[in-house]
Each structure stands twice: as structure tokens, then as C-alpha cells.
Design a protein around this ligand. Structure first.
Ligand SMILES: Nc1nc2c(c(=O)[nH]1)N[C@H]1C(S)=C(S)[C@@H](COP(=O)(O)O)O[C@H]1N2
Ligand SMILES: [Mo]
Length: 326
């Protein structure tokens, strides 16, 4: 694919898309170092697949040091028989690979007005990867769920005080039973064909397609079936939003959303030269069928082209052919 790159002076050259040809020239935009929080730079949001080194990172605490040799996971709680899983048996099971994007619920927070506290994410707390792992469902079935089971709780190996001076907690999140039992809710050990990296949850993380990122618990150490809804900092204090009636609701599936990845904000383009403006669109409930784009502040709209259909739980690439007239 070629793109028009344009200098401020208005002279133009047609160059190969640098992010596709030289991804090593780009790096994550750091937001915090302890713990690591970093977002994907806008050029790296142009390709459908986000290279692992450019996939956004959202850690609440320091990355726990877990080794596969002594890592194991027990499915316990409201079950007939607890099931214990070790790493070597997990990776020997038939592998399911699934493209899925993750979006942090705080993505685009810096655009909010008035300003709100939290990591000042711009557009880059969102990425797309191909995940490899084993579905969780057979393990839950093997353990035998209590007829009173309502949720499944996932715990990460990371912990800390989320509020300065407050009490230490682990990163814990629960899922409704039917989401935990979805055949595409995965125990993941591979990302883009390689072993999961420490920042993304090594050795094993959960991937919950279509849900905001907070549900995809990294560095899994424990899975517990519950007979009552879970109450905990990352479940009922954070990741809740008031609905129109003023009632607090837990965040779950991603909302419908789209962005323009090219041209970037403040890019100067020559008048009269056709370009392809492009971006991504997604929803937490199904495939994107249509994207409408306005280049006149919403007065008129044109139908964007859908580039390849979006696979699995990924975003949908779109573009419009556009010739700036002024
Ligand atoms: N154990 C654990 N899991 C976690 C988190 C965390 O801090 N600890 N952060 C969550 C949040 S808020 C997001 S958006 C995603 C980010 O996943 P990534 O860092 O692989 O992009 O992981 C989720 N899983
Ligand atoms: Mo997040």
C-alpha cells in the first residue's frame, strides 16, 4: 500500500507506508513507568494487526514474576471437583487462535471535557492481536458447576494499593457465568504467534472478546466459581458508570466506536491531490456493516469502503477516497 506524505510547504511524495515497512522505527507512547502504562502511537493503528511491541499496555501494579515451571491454576469454589491445570498440559491441548482487539475503558480519556482524573490516554489504548490458547469452558464443565453458580472470579498474580495509602488488593475481576462459558473465552499463552510477553500477562491470561480490556485478566493465578456476585475494587469501585437513570452499571462490552488513523490531526495536505483517508471501527456486539464519514463537519456524509471483512473479534478497516478542495 502506498500513501501520500505531504510536507507543510505543499510538495508531495508518494512513499511506502513507514509503519508497515519499518515498524521498528516506532515505539509505544509512555504514560506511566511504575506501573507501566503506554499507548499505541497513531501510525501503528493503521495496520489491522498491532505488532506485539506496539500493543498498548495497561498495568495497575508491577508485573509479577511468574515461572511456567511452578505456575498452575486451580478451578475451585462452587464446583464438584476442583481441576488443577499446569502450563505444559495447557499448551499441549488443541490450540484455538482468535483475532481479537482490546480497548481500555479509559481510551480517549484526554478528549473528555471537563478533564477527569486517570491515565491521559489519547487514541492509542486500543490494539488488535491474534491470541492463542485453550477455551475455558471445558475446564469449568470438567469441574462440574454448582447449580447455584452465578459468576466466575479471575485473579491475577499482581497486587498493590490502588489508592495511595489504601489497603493492598490483588487484581480480581469476575464474569457472568454465560460469558465465562462462551466458547471463545480463552486461557491465552500466545500473542501474535509467540509466547505471551510479561507485560501482556505471561504465562497465561484471560481473553474475553468484545469486552473492555479490564475483563481480560493477565498473569492468571486463580479461578473461582462464585454463588454470589463478586464485590471488589476493580469490579464495583472502578469500571462502573452511571446510566441515564443515575444507577451505577458495571462496564462490560465495548461500545460502538471508530477513529481516523490517516490523515493524522494537523497534517497538511495539498489541494487537488486524491488521498485515501482511513481508520478503524468496531463494536462490542457484532460486525461493523457500514461507516459514514463527513469531511465538512457533519453537513454531508459518505459511505466508507470496508477493506477486507473484520475477522473474529477484530476491528474493521475502512477508507474513503478524498480529494481536498480547499
Ligand atoms: N492482572 C491484571 N490484569 C489486567 C490488568 C492489570 O492491571 N492486572 N489490566 C487490565 C486492563 S485495565 C486492561 S485495559 C488490559 C490491558 O491489556 P494489555 O496490557 O495486554 O493491553 O488488561 C487488563 N488485565
Ligand atoms: Mo483498561
Amino acid at each position: 500500500m502506498t500513501l501520500c506524505t505531504c510536507s507543510k510547504a505543499g510538495s508531495t511524495t508518494v512513499a511506502a507506508d513507514p509503519i508497515r515497512t519499518r515498524p521498528d522505527n516506532f515505539e509505544l507512547r509512555s504514560i506511566d513507568l511504575e506501573p507501566v502504562v503506554a499507548e499505541t502511537p497513531l501510525p501503528a493503528l493503521r495496520p489491522w494487526l498491532t505488532p506485539t511491541p506496539l500493543f498498548y499496555i495497561r498495568n495497575h501494579f508491577e508485573v509479577p514474576e511468574l515461572e511456567v515451571d511452578d505456575w498452575s491454576l486451580t478451578i475451585e469454589g462452587a464446583v464438584d471437583t476442583p481441576v488443577k491445570l499446569d502450563y505444559s498440559s495447557l499448551v499441549r491441548l488443541p490450540k484455538k487462535t482468535l483475532p481479537a482487539m482490546l480497548e481500555c475503558a479509559g481510551n480517549n480519556r484526554s478528549d473528555l471535557s471537563p478533564k477527569v482524573p486517570g491515565n491521559p490516554f489519547q487514541d492509542g489504548a486500543v490494539s488488535n492481536a491474534i491470541w492463542g490458547g485453550a477455551p475455558l469452558k471445558p475446564f469449568l464443565q470438567q469441574a462440574g458447576l454448582s447449580p447455584n453458580a452465578v459468576e466466575v472470579l479471575f485473579e491475577g498474580g499482581d497486587e498493590g494499593a490502588p489508592v495511595p495509602g489504601g489497603k493492598t488488593v490483588k487484581y480480581q475481576r469476575s464474569l457472568p457465568l454465560q460469558v465465562a462459558l462462551h466458547p471463545d473465552t480463552l486461557l491465552v499463552y500466545e500473542m501474535n504467534g509467540e509466547t505471551l510477553t510479561p507485560d501482556h500477562g505471561y504465562p497465561v491470561r484471560l481473553i474475553v472478546p468484545r469486552w473492555y480490556g479490564m475483563a481480560s485478566v493477565k498473569w492468571l493465578t486463580s479461578i473461582r466459581v462464585l454463588e454470589a456476585p463478586f464485590v471488589g475494587f476493580f469490579q464495583t469501585d472502578r469500571y462502573v458508570i452511571e446510566d441515564d437513570a443515575g444507577i451505577e452499571q458495571q462496564l462490560a462490552q465495548m461500545q460502538v466506536k471508530s477513529f481516523v488513523s490517516w490523515p493524522e490531526h494537523e497534517t497538511s495536505l495539498p489541494v487537488g491531490q486524491p488521498i485515501a483517508a482511513s481508520g478503524m471501527a468496531w463494536s462490542g456486539t457484532g460486525p461493523i456493516r457500514r461507516v459514514d464519514v463527513s469531511i465538512d463537519g457533519g453537513e454531508t456524509w459518505q459511505d466508507a469502503h470496508m477493506d477486507e471483512s473484520s475477522l473474529g473479534y477484530s476491528w474493521q478497516e475502512w477508507h474513503i477516497d478524498w480529494t481536498p478542495e480547499e
